[in-house]
Design a protein around this ligand. Structure first.
Ligand code: FAD
Ligand code: N01
Length: 559
């Protein structure tokens, strides 16, 4: 028996240079860079049985990106950019998933990904400057670097209503949608939530179901996506000018260029402003939100002009004025301070006879019953219940793992009053751990594939620097971490965004500290900040050359 345990232990303590957790956009590129560029030994672990991350899990009807496909893609390989052709202006989930599988095949990534294996804990040992990482398969792995690429929107928020387990019909979670799809034909369906996810799913489910009941707590301001099949001429143009397209993206605030952006909604006449909003509305996507006037996210009066414009659009599209009223966010609820959902036929869906909108702010959900939902006003019955209730963003997936840094300190405890990072890449007390598009970086307020590339490249460069200079560990300094946290707050506080009860602040999760988690300084400026840190020899970090490097090879010999 003891021999057996010994054998298991020996087998279990495999050693690699880096463990990467997650095989979405971030994990895939991190693997490619570390293994193929730096020749490191890398093991990737992924809970799912395939690559894709967000695009593996979110298979609900209507799931698609809200950044044009030519932008919502990797830029690191010109060959890849030329080889892949998008079929729609905004690609749908199956196509993005196919793209990520194509990438994984093209760069031969599958062989280093352990699927259906979750990382449950990661414990840092200061003496060896290494992490011991535990998998759900009972394996332990030793790694110099621990890189959780676990996603900012990957840990579902499932509210625990009274009786939440009682419903006898089928229950679906948008962030964990069945691979085989769901047939709602002839079914009475209930859906909780009216965020970006629900707004994509509701119009399609309503077309199929016998009846759909939507439970709305907070009305949202949405703008039309204006999706369309890819015009082959435009596709050829984009392919011919990809470097320029990416340069424009980097020069913009959010990693997507908007040509109509003007400084102030308050410096123009009413008619000029409305005409401008109209043009942005017709452009679709985020054009109204981050491509119309710069001050709408900073000045309440400017914001209200955009808010009222959207309310007007909702009223024009919804026939029943009472339902339109329920769908219109009231004056005082600022526009765009939550991520603006993009929709296709969302508002028209409420003109259908088979759709009921229930205001659960007025009459909250009391309980989930065997047959449906009871609010303080009425009971509703269905065959299927869908939770489109969002995510425990930024920290949910990190805290699900037991991460312990120096002196056994738990990440969850260290961050109990909110995330603590230096430039959103590293945390004091957690040496040789890097987060990708994590809290306090531009993250979800930047084109994520580009933000992911920026972070992966910074991390790879840092690891290369460490190898070349015999550095055993790198750790964010507490003082510079404090400075960065204060800076992130200061920049956010200059905007209206921290006022909303959004997931950017953790306000959607009961008990979560309300701290604005995104760096709003813009991707380009942020890139300058982190590049300067690297080029000045990692200012704000402590690089420890003292630690004894253990015998394990640091890199795989080049073939
Ligand atoms: P993810 O894609 O979330 O991948 C993380 C992976 O880590 C997951 O597969 C998960 O299973 C795995 N994982 C987590 N914990 C563990 C663990 N302990 N052990 C093993 N594996 C683990 N962003 C945009 O910029 N534009 C868009 O249009 C856009 N659309 C979106 C639409 C939806 C429906 C959602 C939910 C998000 C969208 N986003 C968008 C954000 C999107 O999450 C990112 O663009 C990007 O896909 C994130 O990639 P990632 O690799 O960082 O994380
Ligand atoms: O999540 P959300 P999401 N009782 O948190 C409601 C990306 N994304 O999955 O607003 C009752 O926005 C909640 O109500 P309220 C994008 O970044 C992109 O829709 O908190 N209701 C809300 O209506 C997006 O921002 C796309 O009052 C409860 C809804 O559930 C992010 O993912 C598509 C509740 C959750 O909305 C998250 O979007 C999809 C409760 N206890 C997602 N708890 C694109 O278009 C929550 N709700 C690219």
């Amino acid at each position: 028996m003891s021999e057996m345990i010994g054998a298991v232990a020996q087998e279990a303590m495999e050693e690699v240079d880096a463990v990467v957790v997650g095989a979405g956009f971030a994990g895939l590129y991190m693997l490619h860079l570390l293994r193929d560029k730096l020749k490191k030994r890398v093991a990737v672990f992924e809970t799912a049985d395939g690559v894709g991350g967000t695009w593996y899990w979110n298979r609900y009807p209507g799931a698609r990106c809200d950044i044009p496909s030519h932008h919502y893609s990797y830029s690191f390989s010109e060959e890849l950019q030329q080889e892949w052709t998008w079929s729609e202006k905004y690609a749908a989930q199956p196509e993005i998933l196919a793209y990520l599988n194509f990438v994984a095949n093209k760069f031969d990534l599958f062989r280093d990904i352990h699927f259906q294996t979750a990382i449950t804990s990661a414990i840092y040992d200061e003496a060896s400057a290494k992490w011991t990482i535990q998998t759900s398969a009972g394996k332990r792995i030793l790694a110099k670097f621990f890189i959780p690429a676990v996603g900012t929107l990957s840990h579902a928020n499932i509210p625990k209503f009274k009786g939440h387990d009682s419903f006898r019909g089928d229950v679906y979670f948008t962030g964990h949608w069945p691979k085989e799809g769901v047939n709602f034909k002839g079914k009475r369906v209930g859906i909780i939530g009216t965020g970006a996810t629900a707004m994509q799913a509701i119009p399609l489910i309503a077309e199929e179901a016998l009846h759909l009941t939507v439970f709305q707590r907070t009305p949202n301001y949405a703008a039309p996506l204006m999706n369309a099949p890819m015009d082959p001429v435009l596709d050829q143009q984009a392919k011919a000018m990809y470097p320029e397209l990416r340069r424009q993206a980097w020069d913009s605030f959010a990693g997507v260029p908007f040509e109509r952006l003007k400084p102030s909604a308050l410096e123009v006449t009413h008619n000029e402003r409305v005409a401008h909003y109209e043009a942005c509305w017709n452009d679709g996507g985020f054009s109204l939100w981050i491509g119309s006037y710069q001050d709408i996210l900073f000045d309440k009066r400017a914001n209200e002009t955009a808010a009222e414009f959207v309310r007007g659009k909702i009223r024009a599209r919804v026939k029943d004025p009472a339902i339109a009223d329920m769908l219109c966010p009231p004056v005082g609820q600022t526009y765009g301070t939550k991520r603006q959902p993009c929709e296709t036929n969302y508002y028209e869906t409420y003109n259908r006879d088979n759709v009921t909108l229930v205001d659960i702010k007025k009459a909250p959900i009391e309980e989930i019953t065997e047959t449906g939902i009871t609010t303080t006003d009425a009971s509703y019955e269905f065959d299927c219940l869908i939770y489109a209730t969002g995510f425990d963003a930024f920290t949910g997936a990190l805290f699900k793992m037991d991460i312990r840094g120096r002196n056994g300190q738990m990440l969850k405890e260290r961050w109990s009053a909110g995330p603590r990072t230096l430039v959103g890449l590293a945390a004091h007390g957690f040496p040789n751990m890097f987060t990708i598009t994590g809290p306090q970086s531009p993250s979800v307020l930047f084109n994520m594939p580009l933000g992911i590339e920026m972070h992966c490249e910074w991390i790879a460069e840092c690891i290369e620097h460490m190898s070349e200079n015999g550095v055993a560990s790198i750790e964010a300094n507490e003082r510079e971490e404090d400075d960065w946290i204060a800076h992130v707050k200061e920049v956010a506080d200059a905007s209206l965004l921290p006022e909303a009860t959004s997931w950017y602040l953790g306000a959607n999760i009961p008990g979560k500290p309300r701290v604005f988690m995104v760096y709003l300084g813009g991707g380009k400026h942020y890139k300058d900040v982190i590049s300067t840190i690297a080029h000045n020899g990692y200012t704000g970090f402590t690089l420890d050359r003292q630690q004894r490097l253990t015998d394990a090879p640091e890199s795989v010999p080049t073939a």
